[in-house]
Write a protein that binds this ligand. Structure first.
Ligand SMILES: Cc1cc2nc3c(=O)[nH]c(=O)nc-3n(C[C@H](O)[C@H](O)[C@H](O)COP(=O)(O)O)c2cc1C
Length: 606
């Protein structure tokens, strides 16, 4: 970790903050604000306290390590495309023809020797051994990110597990809640590999060994987030990218191995017959996730390096550090995606769609229904199946990351006949569906669509607002988008007091004025901020429940759902920073902001 800190510092990508700062909200808020800047820095906090428990730490806290393309390039040792090309090379084992190709192939084949991790006898991560009953937050500065979080959480933990028969190893990154009795909640979601292992132990009536590593080479942590298929140990990917075998050391009290150079290791066992209420936690969707029962770790040993660094990330509304971690995943996994869908030319999962809420894909279609076939393939395999909304365009569409260009392209072509609504599994964090981890999916296939023409009655926004106000109660504001396209879209802020279907019945004759109308709640929505409006819509809708269609008009209900909508789960609040904490940080000279900045990124309630 020290090596990466030096590397980031040398490249002007790291700020050192030596003013006193608290693990309760302060570090998280400062790191979060930093991620909203144009060129965010990694932050190293060297004077960390937990005022509530009267603790002053000698261990610094490091955040935002992946928080820019430049920082990712430093950590990955080059462009992601290089890694993707290497993976692609292995997947397409073509016979080399020229001498140059033969040398390149030989190099590739030789690099396979780095894939298998090696075992070493000693690890720096075991230089210090702590009393297992010592409270974790006395040993390491664990952060509380949001006011309504259930407690402090380790947010960059690499969670090492193995299958019951020991044949498969896994590392996944899952948040870890520190409970009052010094156990750790293991938030491995229902679809994840460790959860599958957990069920093997549960069936066999055996305790499950778990080792949590924090820190070391940041690439370990990214590998723990990589959506590798079950049975593929993620540290093999580490070896391939780093061109160096991962060195693993045996844990002290459980039969598992962890990278020898990580900063902290927490070992223990999970009793599969016991669960604890985990959460709430303000997650990367920008919403809190509710309290749910999860397994927990009973600690058997804690070790660390002599001078460890505590490594953490902060999640919340986009953009956050996972924007860049997700981008790395997106680029590196393109060749693997092509093994299921060879005609995919490119894809993008924008961060304001929080990755699993939207995929944009370019495809070269070869037969009728080709794009829909691939949508179904995505919705059926691995972690791509969490994706709620998929928009497919042909290969000559604008670059998928030219968001202005691609939105215009879609708006010129979209019609209801291009839509496919189905249902399937959802990310466990999704709150829109009235069922846990299962709900509506929307596909939009524009691969055969040509530009359409449709014009609308030319009236002012005030006139339109007054027409709509005669049909809908509680309208506060109105804003129009895509006005010169056949998909003129009206965004409405309102206090919704009735079922969306009843509203739609009264406005479905208004197709002369617009094609699409989107309903937003009054609180925390700024109709002039399309980045955050997209974020809100993609989070809040379940395509099966919240899209209302008639001949030439569509309504999208992006408001919070309640019993009147037939929704009986807990609808979460947005993650927002505490004003008081921000002001305090400003006074100490740790952060700078103005009201416009806070509003742009919806950092506080408004
Ligand atoms: C910042 C961050 C936090 C994450 N937190 C969790 C979490 O709490 N639970 C979870 O199941 N996945 C979480 N993930 C996603 C997993 O790390 C990812 O799905 C990974 O591929 C899981 O590995 P597995 O398939 O080997 O279980 C998180 C990812 C990131 C980038």
């Amino acid at each position: 970790m020290n090596r990466w800190i030096k590397e980031l510092y040398k490249n002007d990508e790291l700020l050192i903050i030596d003013k006193e700062i608290d693990t309760y909200l302060e570090i998280a808020h400062a790191s979060y604000l930093e991620m909203k800047k144009e060129n965010p820095k990694a932050l190293l906090f060297t004077n960390v306290v937990n005022a509530q428990n009267g603790i002053k730490y000698t261990t610094p806290v490091l955040t935002n390590v992946f928080g820019s393309y430049k920082k990712c390039k430093i950590v990955f040792g080059g462009e992601f495309e290089g890694v993707a090309a290497k993976i692609d090379g292995f997947l397409k084992l073509k016979k080399p023809k020229t001498l140059k190709e033969k040398i390149a192939k030989l190099k590739d084949i030789l690099s396979l020797r780095f894939v298998l991790p090696k075992s070493v006898a000693h690890g720096e991560c075991q230089e210090v051994i702590y009393d297992k009953d010592k409270r974790l937050d006395e040993i390491m500065p664990i952060l509380t990110t949001w006011k309504d979080d259930g407690g402090p959480f380790i947010t960059m933990g690499q969670v090492y597990t193995k299958s019951l028969d020991g044949g498969m190893r896994n590392v996944g990154m899952y948040r870890l809640q520190l409970f009052a009795d010094n156990t750790l909640g293991l938030h491995w979601q229902i679809h994840k590999d460790s959860n599958h292992f957990f069920h093997e132990y549960k069936k066999a009536g055996q305790k499950m060994p778990v080792a949590i590593a924090i820190g070391g080479d940041p690439l370990y942590t990214w590998c723990a987030t990589a959506p590798m298929p079950k049975g593929f140990f993620e540290l093999m990917l580490y070896g391939l990218i780093r061109k160096k075998r991962a060195s693993l050391v045996k844990c002290k009290s459980v039969d598992l191995e962890v990278p020898s150079d990580v900063d902290f290791v927490i070992e223990g066992y999970v009793d599969p017959t016991k669960l604890k209420d985990e959460g709430p936690f303000g997650d990367h969707t920008g919403y809190y996730t509710p309290i749910e029962p999860y397994p927990f770790l009973e600690i058997s040993t804690i070790t660390s390096k002599k001078n460890p660094i505590f490594y953490a990330t902060v999640v919340g509304k986009p953009p956050i550090e996972d924007k860049y971690m997700g981008y790395a995943t997106e680029r590196i996994f393109l060749p693997l995606i092509k093994t299921t869908a060879p005609d995919i030319v490119d894809y993008a999962m924008p961060e304001n769609g929080v990755f699993h809420n939207l995929i944009l894909a370019k495809i070269e279609t070869l037969y009728p229904g080709h794009a829909k076939q691939v949508m179904h393939a995505f919705w059926g395999v691995g972690q791509m199946s969490f994706v709620k909304h998929a928009i497919f365009v042909p290969k000559d569409a604008p670059n998928l990351r030219d968001y202005g260009g691609i939105v215009q392209y879609i708006a010129q072509r979209f019609d209801f006949e291009n839509m496919l609504i189905t249902e399937g599994i959802l990310d466990a964090l999704d709150h829109s569906s009235d069922k846990f981890a299962f709900g509506g999916k929307l596909g939009i296939d524009l691969t055969e669509a040509s530009p359409k023409h449709r014009s609308f009655n030319d009236i002012s926004n005030d006139e339109l607002k007054s027409i709509l106000s005669s049909k809908i109660e509680g309208i506060k504001e109105l804003c129009c988008y895509l006005e010169n396209t056949p998909n003129k879209t009206v965004c409405l802020k309102l206090q919704k007091k009735e079922r969306a279907s009843e509203i739609f019945e009264r406005i479905k004759e208004l197709g002369d004025y617009f094609k699409i109308i989107v309903l937003f709640d009054e609180k925390n929505n700024d109709l002039s901020n399309p980045y955050m409006l997209f974020w809100r819509v993609l989070n809040n809708i379940d395509a099966k429940r919240d899209l209302f269609l008639d001949k030439n008009i569509m309504m999208v209900d992006a408001t919070k759902k309640t019993e009147i909508d037939g929704y009986d789960r807990w609808w979460p609040n947005d993650t927002v920073c505490e004003r008081e904490v921000l002001e305090n940080l400003k006074k100490k000279g740790i952060v700078e902001y103005d009201e416009e900045f806070l509003k742009k990124w919806q950092i506080v309630d408004f």
